[in-house]
Design a protein around this ligand. Structure first.
Ligand code: GLC
Length: 450
């Protein structure tokens, strides 16, 4: 028993980061923001600081009908957005979700884009809109580089996507080509604006809260965008930047820690194993310690390790969820629900082939807590760094972070730990968090409108 306690406590300890350490990491991330913005240093910077060419947030005068397409995880969504301008500004949406199989995520780009367009076809047919041409806001939640307003190149895939022939290509063009293949008799001319989900989230939130200057996603992946002074966006080169006003920059902060080893001091053996087993090894290290795609897997690896050492569970069925890859972040959320007691957790674990006693339940809960708290605290590290950067540009003002993503919305404790840690690390900053209403739909349409 003594050894057992020691093992679990050791793991918990490895996942517990002091405020001092968090501040230290925040300073490192803050430095990376500057590196990414500098012309000479952008190449080697971890944070790619991708320009979005979105230079203003909505003011309520936007109007029109738009289609928003949203690809970024296991689902693809199509949304018809109707925006009514001031004084009765109002946004109506009609949307449909289509699933993206693992086969499509990892097959050819042509098949993937053909599938998206087949969904679009069905969506339009069902609404009797076949002959209408609407501007499209395409929320494409992967690192893309905008080469001017019309060209958007995929830098690299993340979140388990590997579809071939897409990296380095113009996403808007791939979509248009697929549309032309499918709609060849319709002579459609599509105008699409490609938007990162963080940007959509920020813009959508800014429609309701004018102090919004950051867009945060904590879902399958994690990322942040924010409004930066154009005079600081040196990496754009003199021909492409104005020295006045602001531009929204997609930080792609998931890549923090990729080259500099900044996160090495807090990485555990479980983090290292997750990275080794991922399709994008060595990339998006920060994301792998925070987001929903990995949180359940981290907990699973810890539990498997401790149970293999005979220190957890009396019995584990070999078909248990612990071995079939089905232990997702949703389970972590379930185990941390405030109204679930030990007996319910035992039942819950039993339904997945794990026989746990009351001690096991307490330990599993502790593990889920430690992994979740670390994720939220690391996310706060980034929020504080970006907020400091904004304060440097704008002075002491109120800053609102528009947030979206399944972890932020559904995990029972993530949100509060994120907000508390942010306040603790930066009590002098005036930061508010607002759940953004459907950034990828509303936001993408608003970006197209703006
Ligand atoms: C990944 C993508 C990024 C996206 C984030 C959240 O980090 O690279 O573009 O914003 O996931 O979906």
């Amino acid at each position: 028993i003594y050894i057992f306690v020691l093992q679990v406590d050791k793991v918990i300890e490895a996942f517990t980061l002091s405020d001092e350490k968090l501040m230290h990491l925040s300073t490192k991330l803050f430095e990376q923001l500057f590196k990414g913005l500098g012309q000479a240093t952008n190449e080697e910077a971890e944070l790619k600081m991708l320009p979005s060419y979105v230079t203003s947030t909505p003011d309520g005068t936007e109007h029109g009908d738009f289609l928003a397409l949203d690809l970024g995880g296991t689902n693809f969504r199509i949304i018809l957005v109707k925006i009514t301008p001031n004084p009765n500004s109002n946004i109506q949406m009609d949307n449909q979700v289509y699933s993206i199989s693992h086969k499509l995520m990892t097959g050819t780009g042509t098949k993937l884009f053909d599938h998206l367009v087949n969904c679009l076809w069905d969506f339009l047919v069902e609404r009797d809109m076949m002959c209408q041409l609407l501007p499209i806001g395409f929320t494409f939640s992967f690192p893309t580089r905008h080469l001017g307003i019309k060209k958007t190149i995929l830098v690299n895939w993340s979140k388990g996507f590997t579809a071939s022939g897409v990296v380095g290509e113009d996403i808007g063009q791939l979509l248009n080509d697929a549309i032309n293949r499918k709609f060849k008799n319709f002579e459609l001319k599509i105008m699409s604006t490609v938007v990162n989900d963080t940007v959509g989230t920020m813009v959508s939130c800014a429609y309701d809260h004018h102090e919004t200057c950051m867009g945060l996603i904590v879902g399958t992946g994690t990322n942040m965008c924010y409004m930066e002074s154009q005079s600081n966006t040196e990496m754009l080169g003199d021909n492409f930047r104005s020295l006045e006003g602001e531009m929204c920059i997609n930080t792609e902060w998931g890549a923090f820690g990729d080259n500099s080893g900044s996160l090495d001091e807090v990485k555990t053996s479980y983090d290292i194993a997750i990275d080794h087993n991922s399709p994008n090894q060595g990339e998006h290290i920060y994301e792998k310690m925070i987001s929903g795609m990995y949180m359940g897997e981290l907990v699973r690896r810890i539990i498997v390790d401790l149970s293999a050492k005979g220190e957890l569970f009396q019995k584990v069925d070999e078909h248990s969820i612990l071995y079939d890859g089905g232990f997702s972040t949703a389970f972590v959320s379930q185990i941390l629900q405030p109204n679930i007691d030990a007996t319910m957790t035992m039942e819950y674990l039993r339904s997945f082939g794990v026989t746990a006693n009351i001690d096991d339940v307490a330990k599993v809960k502790k593990i889920c807590e430690a992994v979740s708290v670390r994720a939220a605290a690391l996310c706060a590290v980034g929020v504080v760094a970006v907020a400091r950067k904004i304060e440097k540009n704008r002075g002491h003002v109120r800053m609102v972070v528009g947030v979206d993503g399944s972890v932020y919305r559904k995990h029972p404790t993530f949100k509060n730990v994120l907000i508390d840690t942010t306040r603790r690390l930066a009590p002098e900053l005036n930061i508010g968090f607002e759940v953004s209403t459907d950034g990828s739909g509303r936001g993408a349409a608003l970006v197209a409108a703006v």
